[in-house]
Design a protein around this ligand. Structure first.
Ligand SMILES: NC(=O)N[C@@H](CC(=O)O)C(=O)O
Ligand SMILES: [Zn+2]
Ligand SMILES: [Zn+2]
Length: 346
């Protein structure tokens, strides 16, 4: 059996830089037409000028026959100016601005400390320029239980923000809870959406401790209870246009994951599409995969859908145990496992 769909895009990916960039770009570019590229490098991509340079470095490592189009983002800080948003729009290569609450996740230390106090003029300019805000939706207060950080972010920051600026386009990235599902569904109109990762559709928090501590299942927001996973699966397989594909593929060198203080992030670019297909097949909703993977994202961003296609063959294939690159190894999600849907590269 084969399934041919419009070529999907990845609306949330970390391509990193240096030799890690070189190692991971071909995996994303082989499957996806476009990708929204996260700006949390060291130092972060806070200006249009640095986003343009970063984009060039991605284009430089693309396989020669690739049409992959990296859609760049700016990293929002307390000091981002409305002028920078105008420049970003004018550049023609920047498609969104990313909110990392300071301290919430990998390389977020330069993120926003007080969105209402520091960022309203920038957000108003984003409305003007029709530039979406992408949100890592977790509060950073260390007193708040890590499993509650997304829910409390919705109540204390996201809902008030959307009430204050209803015209702002907002994507809640990598949602992990039924609270987020309900919140997204409660936002009427077309301005609020969410991306969903393969790991949050397939794994619950038990997978962090299955037979021992599993650093390769650790990402942020952290995996939640089974009831949350099930709610996210129902939402994406319902056919709602408010949910779309964003892998959050986030490679870290093996030693940085398998460590006494391991980094958050799951590398899933080579397996993501196969895993999404598995989720939709298990839910009896394979007919809804194409909209989730290839239509809802571009429709939300106001971009054309891709004109090329990709074919998935229902044929078992074995995921490599690791990928080597000059400074080490990266371990993909489902490493060493057999998956059912094989993407045929075109
Ligand atoms: N998801 C993660 O666990 N990590 C991401 C950052 C992020 O998306 O929050 C990373 O950059 O490693
Ligand atoms: Zn994040
Ligand atoms: Zn991410």
């Amino acid at each position: 059996m084969e399934l041919t769909i419009t070529r999907p895009d990845d609306w949330h990916v970390h391509l990193r830089d240096g030799d890690l960039l070189e190692a991971v770009v071909p995996h994303s570019a082989g499957i996806f037409g476009r990708a929204i590229v996260m700006p949390n490098l060291k130092p972060p991509v806070t200006t249009t000028a640095s986003a343009v340079v970063y984009r060039e470095s991605i284009l430089n490592v693309l396989p020669s026959d690739s049409n992959f189009n990296p859609l760049m983002t700016l990293y929002l800080t307390d000091n981002t100016s409305p002028e920078e948003i105008k420049l970003a729009r004018k550049s023609g290569v920047i498609y969104a601005v990313k909110l990392y609450p300071a301290g919430a996740t990998t390389n977020s230390q330069d993120g926003v400390t007080d969105i209402f106090g520091k960022c309203l003029p920038v957000l108003e300019e984003m409305i003007e320029q029709n530039m979406p805000l992408l949100v890592h939706g977790e509060v950073t207060d260390p007193e708040v239980d890590i499993f509650d950080r997304e829910r409390i972010f919705i109540d204390t920051i996201l809902r008030p923000l959307i009430e204050k600026l209803p015209e702002l386009k907002v994507v809640m990235e990598h949602i992990t809870t039924m609270d987020a599902v309900k919140f997204i569904q409660s936002c009427s109109g077309s301005n609020v959406a969410a991306t969903v990762t393969p790991q949050h559709l397939l794994l619950n928090r038990n997978s962090l401790f299955q037979g021992g501590l599993r650093p390769h299942h650790y990402c942020l927001p952290v995996l939640k209870r089974e009831e949350h996973r099930a709610a996210i699966v129902s939402a994406v397989t319902s056919g709602s246009k408010q949910f779309f594909l964003g892998t959050d593929s986030a490679p870290h060198e093996r030693g940085r994951k398998e460590s006494s203080c391991g980094c958050a992030g799951i590398y899933n670019a080579p397996v993501a599409l196969s895993l999404y297909a598995k989720v939709f097949e298990q839910a009896g909703a394979l007919d809804k995969l194409e909209a989730f993977a290839s239509f809802n994202g571009p429709d939300f961003y106001g971009l054309p859908r891709n004109s090329s296609t990709i074919t998935l063959k229902r044929s078992p294939w074995k995921v490599p145990k690791s990928y080597s690159f000059p400074s080490g190894e990266i371990i993909p999600m489902s490493a060493g496992h057999t998956l059912d849907w094989l993407p045929l590269f075109s």
